[in-house]
Design a protein around this ligand. Structure first.
Ligand code: ZN
Length: 240
């Protein structure tokens, strides 16, 4: 049985179109875009978290400085108080009392500031918690999207492998030289390297060919060149 090269070429072209479409489908999967969008959001959210963490750290260290100062002042006040108790010298008592009043005013001021810092720390921590919650949700949705992408994408990849196997059979029938000629034209002309002569028209460029050109093609080999688009054109197959 002779190999019908012309028919194999048409089949090869049609499989190539199917492969292109499947690859495009894989490329355009909505899950792919959604994964990228989710990752961008995660990045932005992480940056917000980073800022909140730094703020919380700074506020906590401000608070600690005040609390340390309060405890050292408290010790000082206690020491002065002890001195007051130990003396009966009126002038000394007055001086110590004045000093203690000054220290107490400083403690009061530090306590007011401490409360303000605590409130701001609470707010920063609440923001971190909110951001953590959002990050967890984003990460879960990323995982779901990846699983879905693998499922749908995997099916398309299987389809592409099957198409490639079918293509290899047809390519062997067409023969190496003609396949590379076809591929060169296909790659240069938007994925279509071969058409058929159908009712005086080329099925690749859809141009109606002049009657004289059609007669030339018909009196030539099974596979010619379209005078309009310069692609390979199958004039006839064994079954036509
Ligand atoms: Zn054409």
């Amino acid at each position: 049985m002779t190999v019908d090269v012309a028919e194999a070429l048409i089949e090869l072209q049609s499989i190539d179109v199917e492969i292109l479409r499947a690859e495009k489908r894989l490329e355009d999967l909505p899950e792919k875009r959604a994964i990228l969008t989710t990752r961008t959001k995660m990045k932005e959210t992480s940056a917000i978290r980073e800022k909140a963490v730094l703020l919380e750290r700074r506020l906590s260290s401000e608070l600690k400085a005040r609390q340390d100062e309060i405890s050292s002042l408290t010790e000082k006040i206690a020491a002065e108080q002890a001195k007051v108790m130990a003396t009966t010298d009126h002038r000394q008592i007055q001086a110590l009392t004045r000093e203690m009043d000054g220290l107490k005013r400083r403690v009061d001021k530090l306590e007011v500031e401490s409360i303000q810092f605590m409130e701001r720390i609470d707010k920063a921590r609440a923001q971190i918690a909110t951001v953590d919650n959002a990050l967890e949700k984003l990460s879960q949705s990323e995982q779901d999207l990846i699983a879905r992408y693998r499922e749908v994408g995997g099916a398309i990849q299987t389809e592409i492998s099957e198409l490639r196997a079918r293509r290899a059979v047809q390519a062997a029938r067409v023969g190496e030289d003609l396949v590379s000629r076809y591929e060169r034209i296909r790659d240069a002309k938007g994925g279509i390297g071969a058409g058929r002569l159908d009712g005086g028209s080329c099925t690749a460029c859809h141009m109606s060919l002049p009657a004289e050109r059609v007669r030339e093609l018909e009196s030539g080999p099974d596979i010619g060149v379209c005078p309009q688009c310069r692609r390979l054109i199958v004039v006839r197959t064994e079954s036509t």
